[in-house]
Design a protein around this ligand. Structure first.
Ligand SMILES: Nc1ncnc2c1ncn2[C@@H]1O[C@H](COP(=O)(O)OP(=O)(O)OP(=O)(O)O)[C@@H](O)[C@H]1O
Length: 247
């Protein structure tokens, strides 16, 4: 049987009488690339924050890497990586200093950090930039480095919140190669995106509308189910009925 690394059952988050996340249920398998889609305000960030151990649900159940989102948030944080377009690296530290800093935060021993960081800058083709400030790198490189840093401690799951926002298509493609490589090593990828071509790269995709999971399947099955040529059409069919407007 496939190992489930995220299990959610009727997970709900209420702010006053507003249901930001409304009884969502799904399971994510080990090594899976799980896309989490929805229009602005659908509830993706709220759900993701709960799964990262940063916020408590109002009701429902969830475990992440086997740990309970109500009682074991510290254990969850140790077993995940997180990256978002907004929260990235320290611009005023060099490439190597960022790797050292975040490696340390995530509890990787110093000798191991040194060993792995050399390999990493080499693999990224950043050897010449290793001692340059991250602020001086192009956005695409920053995002690739941020992803590498987010999985530096070899977490069970990495949460990516719109990781490729604003990045050009070629670099996005390279970014996805890195995602595939990480998934092949057994790291589970939980990713939100607004790019529908990226949805096609996921093993399975969830589409949230107004706090609820309206669809969950592989891109191929979703396209068949909605008689659509691409994920853009699937998304449009589901999201056009949304009550919550974007910001
Ligand atoms: N702390 C809060 N208090 C009240 N309402 C909130 C709070 N956090 C989020 N919301 C509301 O919950 C809804 C879902 O927000 P959320 O940020 O999870 O959506 P999202 O799907 O991540 O959207 P986006 O793509 O814009 O980030 C929104 O209507 C938002 O205004």
């Amino acid at each position: 049987m496939e190992e489930k690394v995220i299990v959610c059952k009727d997970l709900t988050k209420r702010f006053g009488d507003f249901y930001a996340v409304n009884k969502i249920s799904f399971e994510v398998n080990k090594g899976e690339i799980f896309g989490f889609l929805g229009a602005n305000g659908a509830g993706k960030t709220t759900a993701m924050r709960i799964l990262c151990g940063l916020s408590y649900p109002t009701s429902g159940e969830a475990t992440v890497a086997g740990f309970n989102v109500y009682k074991q948030t510290e254990a969850i944080k140790k077993n995940i990586g997180y990256m978002s377009q907004k929260f990235s690296l320290y611009e005023n530290l060099t490439v190597l200093e960022n790797i050292e800093f975040f490696g340390g935060v995530y509890g990787v021993p110093s000798a191991e950090i040194r060993k792995r960081s050399d390999n990493l800058v080499q693999k990224l083709g950043l050897t010449a930039e290793a001692k340059k400030l991250v602020g001086s790198l192009p956005l695409g490189w920053k995002q690739k480095l941020a992803f590498s840093v987010a999985i530096f401690h070899q977490p069970r799951i990495v949460f990516l919140d719109e990781p490729t926002g604003g990045v050009d298509p070629v670099t996005r493609r390279q970014f996805w190669d890195m995602i595939y490589e990480a998934a092949a090593t057994g790291i589970t990828i939980f990713v939100t995106t607004h790019y529908m071509d990226e949805a096609e790269y996921c093993n399975r995709v969830t589409i949230m509308v107004d706090g609820k999971v309206e669809a969950l399947d592989s891109p191929a099955n979703l396209k068949a189910q909605f008689k659509a040529n691409n994920m853009d059409e699937v998304f449009y069919q589901l999201a056009r009925g949304a009550k919550r407007s974007g910001d």
